[in-house]
Design a protein around this ligand. Structure first.
Ligand code: FAD
Length: 409
């Protein structure tokens, strides 16, 4: 059995950022990262690939170039965690021991929960920007559709980047508006939830675009089955009294987003809360029952928006509090629930939603640069030109630009 000061599970946005932020605070730490994949993906770029703005290649890099040189990388999968014995078990049967553990395995896209989706995704007009390699197909479909019906679906919350299902819809509609096809296309949004966006301050700006593109809104309409060859989608619709029934809708194009959950080794373990996500303290991001276990990113059970933007603020908090814990000092850093969702309402303008716990607005920039509740060109410039570089060259490297942790208490 090998032992490290810190074992990090996952080499995604969260795992790599936290490794770098830890190193910045304590160069003596022996850090291991367990990550099975050979490629690291910048998932926020997939919306832009689906809108024909980014090339697919620009959203990924070989894992070996992203993995910091100072970590011990186990290219392996964690099968289970034994927090009582300070051990993780890997898929190949070996064990790793730790002084402190960071859980950052992201979340699981539950494609199987929608009958028939897995078989047809990537063909028959069925696509998803959430699927690795499929965003390019979204853009192909958008370009070739000249008339008919286009459906965009959103599953029950929580999901990563809650705005991404509608971002795909707005960017597609923008293309159809510019190409003159929009009058021949019946665009429908089917949302399992009851509101357009969870933070009401942003809703008026989004509704303006719903009107512009003449989109049909369907709430409490949850995609449950897809028949690709027949081009039919089945929705379970629920009314105000809780009655529900199934409704079939034919489509020419379907952008589907599956329900999402924590990975099984978290969900079915003592580390999970009642909903199956990591049971963390909201402010310190330390596990509620195991003081040498921390977590961040999409697997976390905290109520923030699951975004890379949230990770940018979480990583320094975890690093700071973990180092304090290793030195038996009180934890000083607090995460206030920041998350951000750049809603791409048209090519060239974005509604930049930035908010913390309880939907409290947390804008990064003063109003004269970017008024988050309205669509602006400045926010598009940020998303299209600056955020990818911020991700690759700042966040993953532990350069904590505008991410200084708040003090606790
Ligand atoms: P990930 O980046 O998904 O990484 C998890 C890593 O853990 C993976 O590399 C995986 O291989 C590894 N792993 C999983 N299980 C195990 C295991 N058992 N053992 C070891 N390793 C494991 N965020 C924004 O901020 N802005 C946006 O505009 C935005 N748009 C998005 C659009 C789309 C279409 C999608 C899909 C996401 C978007 N996001 C956006 C969300 C953002 O990508 C995620 O919030 C972010 O990647 C979360 O980081 P993470 O490290 O928790 O998870």
């Amino acid at each position: 059995e090998k032992k490290h000061n810190v074992v990090i599970v996952g080499g995604g946005a969260a795992g790599i950022s936290v490794a770098s932020s830890l190193r910045k605070r304590d160069r003596s730490l022996d850090i291991a990262v367990v990550e099975p994949e050979s490629v690291h993906h910048y998932q926020p770029g997939w919306t832009m690939v689906g809108g024909g703005v980014f090339r697919p290649e620009s959203t990924s890099k070989p894992m070996r170039t992203v993995m910091p040189k100072f970590v011990h990388w186990y290219q392996n999968t964690v099968a289970s965690v034994d927090p009582e014995r300070n051990q993780v078990q890997l898929k190949d049967g070996s064990n790793l021991a730790y002084d402190a553990l960071v859980l950052a395995p992201g979340l699981e896209l539950n494609w199987g929960a929608i009958d028939g989706l897995e078989e047809t995704i990537g063909k028959n007009g069925v696509t998803s920007n959430y699927r690795l390699g499929c965003a390019e197909y979204t853009w192909q479909l958008v370009q070739s559709l000249k008339g008919g019906r286009a459906l965009f679906t959103q599953p029950p919350m929580p999901i990563k980047c809650a705005g991404a299902p509608q971002k795909a819809m707005y960017l597609s509609s923008d293309h159809w508006l510019r190409s003159g096809a929009i009058g021949n296309i019946d665009v429908q949004f089917h949302n399992a939830g009851a509101v357009l966006f969870g933070v009401s301050d942003y809703v008026p700006a989004l509704e303006e675009y719903i009107r512009r593109y003449n989109i049909g809104l369907n709430f409490q309409s949850n995609l449950v089955a897809v028949d690709g060859p027949a081009k039919k989608a089945t929705f379970r619709v629920t009314d105000g009294e809780g009655n529900s029934w199934d409704r079939e809708v034919e489509f020419d194009m379907l952008h589907a987003v599956p329900p999402q959950r924590a990975p099984a080794f978290i969900r079915d373990s003592v580390l999970a809360n009642d909903a199956g996500w990591l049971n963390l303290e909201d402010d310190t991001l330390r596990h509620r029952n195991y003081p040498n276990v921390f977590g961040l990113g999409d697997a976390s059970g905290t109520s923030n928006a699951k975004t890379a933007a949230a990770v940018r603020k979480q990583a320094p908090v975890v690093a700071e509090n973990l180092v304090s814990t290793l030195h038996s000092k009180p934890m000083k850093a607090a995460y206030l629930g920041y998350g951000s969702c750049p809603l791409t309402v048209e090519k060239g303008r974005i509604v930049l939603a930035e908010f913390g716990y309880g939907g409290q607005l947390q804008p990064t920039f003063p109003r004269w640069i970017n008024d988050g509740t309205r669509a602006t060109r400045a926010a598009w410039f940020l998303k299209a030109k600056q955020l990818p570089a911020l991700y690759w060259y700042f966040m993953l490297k532990g350069l904590e630009w505008l991410a200084k942790p708040a003090a606790r208490g």
